[in-house]
Write a protein that binds this ligand. Structure first.
Ligand SMILES: [Zn+2]
Length: 194
């Protein structure tokens, strides 16, 4: 299974890797990766359907996932369950089919969370697994560009990268996007910035 980063554009920072980590002196298994997007719009990382869209914030209920706040579970034909958690808002319904790139909601900080991020977890047969090989990124803190699906295939979102690095506003991006050769321009600008 191959997954896109679950963000619409720009860059995504891994703020906490998958695996054992120590919080307040207590080692625990972090069962997913924590992602922070420059664009807060969360999109489907693959085709599938929404198995669950709920809110979990009550440890007293006995729920093992009470820390997740607003979360979505995407299910795939291969039997993977993909969890996206701490969302500010959810814009899909349970049993809805989704295609890679469809908007699911917005990154947030609901549930047990100390700042905006998306806890991204994959389970197969009830067991969590390192999601980074599926996402094509390293399992360590770092920043990665989002690739976006277009009619001609998968492309790096150079416009998002340039706007983030140069601090350009949305209006400036919208203005430059009207230029006939905008995609070439963004790519050249990004290359010139390296
Ligand atoms: Zn997490």
């Amino acid at each position: 299974m191959k997954l896109n980063l679950p963000y619409r554009s720009g860059t995504v920072r891994v703020s906490s890797a998958y695996g054992t980590r120590t919080l307040n002196g207590v080692p625990e298994l972090h069962k997913g990766v924590d992602l922070v997007g420059s664009d807060k719009t969360i999109v489907a990382p693959c085709d599938g359907w929404i198995g669950l869209a709920g809110f979990a914030n009550d440890a007293a209920s006995g729920g093992k996932t009470h820390e997740w706040g607003n979360y979505i579970r995407i299910e795939t034909e291969e039997g993977y369950k993909i969890y996206l958690c701490h969302l500010e808002s959810v814009s899909v319904r349970e049993r809805q089919k989704v295609k890679a790139g469809d908007v699911l909601g917005r990154e947030g900080s609901t549930g047990k969370s100390t700042g905006n991020h998306c806890h991204f977890e994959i389970r197969k047969d009830g067991k969590s697994t390192d999601p980074t090989p599926f996402l094509g990124i390293a399992n360590r803190i770092g920043s990665y560009p989002v690739t976006v699906q277009t009619s001609t295939g998968k492309n790096t979102d150079y416009a998002g990268l340039v706007c983030e690095k140069a601090g350009l506003e949305a209006q400036t991006k919208a203005y430059l996007d009207k230029y006939k050769y905008a995609s070439d321009l963004w790519r050249k600008l990004w290359e010139a910035m390296q």
